[in-house]
Every structure is written in structure tokens, then in C-alpha cells.
Write a protein that binds this ligand. Structure first.
Ligand code: PLP
Length: 386
């Protein structure tokens, strides 16, 4: 039983944790791995003249390979995994330690302004750094389909020029929960343009195959994939452009975070990313179907993709909605008074985002149908009776 492996969940039966897109809870084997590491071999890495230091160095190398295998790396002999504190730091280091050296005056980059701010501001920062060196880079806005929140690939094709040098994209949208069909970006931009993928909402929630996605960078946060905070990774391969090499002296890595990431990926593999995906997609579809029966609620995002399986854009375990008469932040407080922990605010969306706050329910392997049904009961009680 998966839920039983999450002590924070089982020890609070009166609460329902529905905010896993913000951060995920940790299963016992991850907690055990942290305890084991800190009580048996805690030491610094890469400075070894004694066994604990050597085993920490070996652990880090092992988790690097583990990340590659987990992401179905097409080229593990050539690719690199660089550990960072999370997606925000990871994307920023790609922007400032790699992208700025790839761009010349007059080049253009494509930025997804309705995605998470962490996948918007680093690219603008890179542009600004270059502007101070009198290198002018054009920033084009990734086009979205009005009806769906999915990227608009034909409009994207129209934006491309011979100077398009880089595209930033997101695997699963943190507000709409939609799979952003990243494979279609590669088809549109052709074989030579590097793509950086924000995989914060996909790693740990569904099978991720870098072999299929054909991107150049994939960045994720360990804490959203059941590991400790501060344990993210940048996967890269120097196929298009220079090898990624973070600048400057790299200090002590987050050894215990990396240990937790290895254990989390082992746990996820054991549980089966396909099964986790199936479960969370099913729960989200159940919640969505219930909300659509309740007139005061509007489910935000692609209305064509609200079914459990959609040919338009697969939805994952994230459902975002608003009540016509109750402010989302108030709704968040009301829901917590019934024991539901949800996210209720602007959701850190970039500047082309919703511009209005909403309530987000995000699900993981430990959530249950009963929790969704109880939530729907409370939401029904907040809908005026006709
Ligand atoms: N990208 C997406 C899609 C996210 O959902 C988040 C966090 O919610 C981030 C980036 C930033 O992740 P972190 O705060 O772990 O750096």
C-alpha cells in the first residue's frame, strides 16, 4: 500500500495534502536513506582519504548515473548531470553559465511567458547581461493556443528565423496540468536549435523519456520528486552548442539531499511512474468531472483536455479552479478549515499568465479517491443551491 509508506500522511488522517506540485511528501525509504547516510557515512565529497569521504563521492557518482537512467537518457556516456538546489537555480545556471556564451548580436530566443516564472526570468536575465555587453538578443514570446494553454506550434513555426538560437519550454504546466507536447517543438524548430526543458512537474509524476523528448537540458527539483529540498539536477548533453559547465568554484555538494534523491528515484521506479501517472490522472479527472457539475466553479485551462485521456493535451494530476463569488485566497482558507491543504494564489505564473489568483489541487501517489470525494462535498456545500 503506497499511502502507508508516507508517515506524514498517515499520522494526520484528519488532513488531506493536496499541494504536491508545490512540494511532495517523502516515503519512509527516503527518510531511512537520509538517516542511514547521516548516521553511517556522512562526510564531504571529492576530498577523500578515508572511507566515509570515499563512499560519499561514490554515492554522488552513483546518483548521477541513477538520474540518467531514471530519465531514459539517450546518451549516458556523453551527457552530464549537475546537481543544483532545484529547478529555479538549475534554469538560472543554464541561462547565465551557458546561454550567454552561445548568443551573438541579433540572435533570438523563445521564452514561455505563461509558464512558471522560474522558466521566464533567467532567460531575460541572460538577455540583460548581454545587453550590458552591447550584444542585443531578441526575446520572442512562445505562442499559446487561446483555447488550451498548450503551445501553439503553428504560430511558433511562424516566429522562427535563421537567428532563432534557443527555446525554453515546460514539460507539464504547473497551473493547467497539461502536457505541453514538447516533442512538437523539436519538430517545429528542426534539429539544430537547443531546447531547455523545465521538468519540475513531470519528474516523479510520470515516466519521463529524454530519448523521446529530444531536448538539450532537462531541469527538475528533487523536493517535488519525493527527495529532500535542495536536491535538484540539470541534465545536459553538448549535442547542440558547447558542453554545459557551471562557472566558478563548486563548493560542497548537498550530499544528504543527493542521497535522498537516489532513494527517491529508487522508490519511484519501484512504485512505477506509469502507475503513479495513471492514479493521479484518474484522481484529477474525478475532481474535474465533479467540479463541472457545480456551476460556480470554473476549471482553468484547456477545456478540451479535461477528460481522463485527451488527444488534444494530456492532463496530469493538477486541477486549478475558481469560484465565481469566493476569492481564491479565501477559498484556500475555507478549505483548510475542512482539513484540505491546497495552493491558493497567483501560482508564480509568468507575466502572460492568468493574472488572477486561483485554487490549485495537485495530487500524488498518496492521495485517495475518498479525499477527492470529500473535497467535492465541501466544494458542493459552497455552491449556492438553485
Ligand atoms: N518550474 C515549475 C513548472 C514549477 O512548478 C516550479 C515550482 O513550483 C518551479 C519551476 C520552481 O521550482 P523550485 O522552487 O523547486 O526551484
Amino acid at each position: 500500500m503506497i499511502r502507508a509508506q508516507f508517515p506524514i500522511i498517515t499520522s494526520h488522517p484528519e488532513l488531506a495534502y493536496l499541494d504536491s506540485a508545490a512540494t511532495a511528501q517523502k516515503p519512509q525509504p527516503v527518510l531511512d536513506a537520509v538517516h542511514h547516510y547521516l548516521t553511517t557515512s556522512n562526510a564531504n565529497a571529492g576530498r577523500g582519504t578515508y572511507p566515509w569521504a570515499n563512499s560519499t563521492t561514490a554515492l554522488i557518482e552513483r546518483v548521477r548515473e541513477r538520474v540518467k537512467a531514471f530519465l531514459d537518457d539517450p546518451d549516458p556516456a556523453r551527457s552530464q548531470v549537475h546537481f543544483v538546489s532545484g529547478t529555479t537555480e538549475g534554469l538560472r545556471t543554464v541561462a547565465l553559465d551557458w546561454l550567454v556564451d552561445e548568443l551573438a548580436d541579433g540572435d533570438e530566443i523563445i521564452v514561455p511567458f505563461a509558464d512558471h516564472e522560474a522558466n521566464v526570468s533567467p532567460w531575460l536575465e541572460a538577455r540583460d547581461v548581454l545587453a550590458r555587453r552591447n550584444i542585443r538578443v531578441g526575446v520572442r514570446e512562445m505562442p499559446y493556443q487561446e483555447s488550451s494553454g498548450d503551445y501553439d506550434i503553428s504560430a511558433l513555426a511562424g516566429l522562427l528565423t535563421p537567428r532563432t538560437r534557443f527555446v525554453a519550454a515546460t514539460h507539464v504546466h504547473h497551473v493547467y496540468g497539461g502536457d505541453m507536447n514538447v516533442g512538437r517543438i523539436r519538430e517545429a524548430v528542426g534539429p539544430d536549435v537547443p531546447i531547455a526543458l523545465d521538468a519540475a512537474q513531470s519528474v516523479g509524476h510520470l515516466p519521463v523519456s529524454l530519448r523521446e523528448l529530444d531536448v538539450d537540458f532537462a531541469v527538475f527539483s528533487g523536493h517535488k520528486a519525493l527527495a529532500l529540498p535542495g536536491s535538484g539536477a540539470v541534465w545536459s548533453r553538448g549535442l547542440r552548442g558547447a558542453e554545459f559547465a557551471p562557472r566558478g568554484w563548486q563548493g560542497t555538494p548537498n550530499t544528504v539531499g543527493i542521497a535522498s534523491l537516489g532513494a527517491a528515484l529508487d522508490w519511484l521506479d519501484g512504485a512505477g511512474p506509469e502507475r503513479i501517472e495513471q492514479w493521479t490522472v484518474g484522481l484529477a479527472a474525478r475532481l474535474t468531472a465533479g467540479l463541472r457539475e457545480l456551476p460556480p466553479y470554473e476549471v482553468v485551462g484547456c477545456q478540451l483536455s479535461l477528460a481522463e485521456r485527451s488527444a488534444v493535451q494530456q492532463r496530469h494530476g493538477i486541477v486549478t479552479f475558481r469560484h465565481s463569488d469566493i476569492e481564491s485566497v479565501d477559498l484556500g482558507f475555507i478549505l483548510f478549515s475542512h482539513g484540505f491543504m491546497v495552493r491558493a494564489d497567483g501560482l508564480c505564473q509568468g507575466r502572460a499568465g492568468e493574472g488572477r489568483s486561483s485554487v490549485r489541487v495537485s495530487l500524488h501517489a498518496y492521495n485517495t479517491r475518498e479525499e477527492v470525494d470529500r473535497l467535492l462535498e465541501v466544494l458542493t456545500s459552497l455552491a449556492p443551491q438553485s
